[in-house]
Write a protein that binds this ligand. Structure first.
Ligand code: ADP
Ligand code: MG
Length: 408
């Protein structure tokens, strides 16, 4: 129905443009005939040239409209993936820019409930409290779970869903950054962009405008344009984006802005399918839009024990390992982080929405330090690692490490 309507509109628009062009030509030509007696041959030629020029412009406009409506039609009938449409963005320049960027880590899986938000929040705590990094956290899921956790941690009562500014592309970078919120007192050097229900409405608007308006500006690199700005690069050491479990405007923006992706997954059959599909999508996005993107790892979560995997978990992990090469088609294949997994911990579910488990539970903190050390070896490859703090008490280990690198 929508397809029929679109093709009808296309045809009417094209015919209209062609008739208008012909009409302009004929009117000018007849006018020229009537005035022929008074006009020199030169001015008749000029009039005819102008008419031909106007007709050409009308035809070009009609062609552009036809191409545009064909693109819309291709998306509507499913023959083209809108997110993989060719881009006018300079992908080579983009690669160079991300190469020099602070690490931008997206935590993603198209399965909900696998621990993305928990991992994002506690890794941020690791980066600031253990490595003295300044973290910019972005909540890109309208469910707003990360926002809830961070509101509690920073004692913020009233917030605006300012993550919207990062996808809408309508503000100057400083204006956007001014809308991020401090995470004082829990993470005093870090800031965050909150997200609530309503964010999805903006995601839809941005997408529809891009899809339906001829010559609409590119939208997939809006977040990149903010995060690559010197104001962000100078004021933060690492960015963490908590992505939604769906391929929408914000997730695409996260993928195009990021240097790294971390994919949490439970070790069971359902999650295995979602995880390899997620990997497949990021592989395509890397190939088409963001060649700088690296998978930092597939992270097992909700593991029953810290020391070893159960028989079922081992089986799921092996299955995942075997399937990865058919979805991530080129070596090096993404690693499964099988020596720093995240266990199911009552302390995490107990504090859910009320703060950071990293700061309140020693086991959780140690678990995220082991994971964080592994991730920072990948994303800050040229830095000295902090010495392991085995045997040092909790209070000592959360004291910022003075020698940690600082930017700006
Ligand atoms: N390691 C864990 N142990 C216990 N509960 C967890 C753990 N990780 C997450 N949870 C809980 O599971 C639920 C889903 O986790 P969440 O991080 O929100 O997943 P996602 O962001 O992938 O949807 C939340 O209630 C969270 O508190
Ligand atoms: Mg979440």
């Amino acid at each position: 129905m929508l397809g029929d309507l679109t093709s009808l509109v296309t045809e009417l628009t094209i015919f209209g443009a062609i008739f208008a062009a012909l009409g302009t030509g004929v009117t000018i030509f007849l006018g020229g005939m009537r005035l022929g007696k008074n006009l020199s041959q030169k001015s008749i030629d000029e009039k005819l040239e102008q008419a031909a020029e106007a007709a050409l412009q009308d035809k070009q406009r009609a062609d552009a409209l036809e191409t545009h409506f064909q693109q819309v039609q291709d998306v509507l009938d499913g023959s083209v993936n809108i997110w993989l449409r060719p881009t006018s963005h300079d992908v080579g320049q983009h690669y160079k820019q991300l190469h020099k960027s602070i690490p931008i880590l997206t935590v993603a899986n198209f399965k909900g409930g696998v621990g993305k938000t928990t991992v994002s929040a506690n890794l941020a705590a690791y980066f600031e409290l253990h490595l003295n990094k300044r973290v910019l956290l972005i909540d890109f899921d309208y469910q707003g779970s990360l926002t809830e956790i961070l509101m509690a941690a920073s004692k913020q009562a009233k917030l605006e869903a300012s993550a919207i500014g990062l996808i809408s592309g309508q503000h100057a970078p400083e204006a956007v950054l001014a809308k991020s919120y401090s995470l004082h007192p829990e993470l005093p050097q870090s800031r965050f962009f909150p997200c609530f229900y309503g964010f999805n409405k903006v995601e839809n608007q941005v997408l529809l405008r891009w899809l339906t308006q001829p010559n609409a500006p590119e939208i997939r690199f809006n977040t990149h344009n903010y995060l690559s700005d010197p104001i962000v690069q100078r004021n933060f050491d690492v960015v963490i984006i908590d992505a939604a479990p769906r391929l929408m405007t914000a997730t695409i923006n996260a993928a195009c802005a990021s240097t790294h992706v971390l994919i949490p997954t439970m070790l069971d059959g359902l999650c295995t399918n979602a995880t390899i599909n997620t990997l497949g999508v990021f592989h395509e996005l890397k190939a088409e839009l963001n060649p700088a993107l690296e998978i930092v790892g597939v992270l097992p979560t909700f593991v029953a024990q810290s020391q070893r995997l159960s028989a079922n978990e081992t089986e799921a992990l092996e299955q995942l390992r075997q399937l990865i090469p058919s979805y991530w088609k080129k070596a090096p294949f993404p690693e499964i982080i099988s020596d720093a997994w995240i266990c199911r911990k009552a302390a995490i579910s107990r504090i859910a929405g009320n703060g950071l488990a990293f700061s309140t539970d020693n086991d959780v903190r140690d678990m995220f330090i082991a994971l964080g050390d592994k991730i920072s070896a990948r994303i800050f490859p040229n830095e000295d690692r902090p010495t392991p703090d085995a045997g040092i008490g909790y209070a000592a280990s959360v004291t910022p490490i003075a020698s940690a690198r600082r930017r700006g």
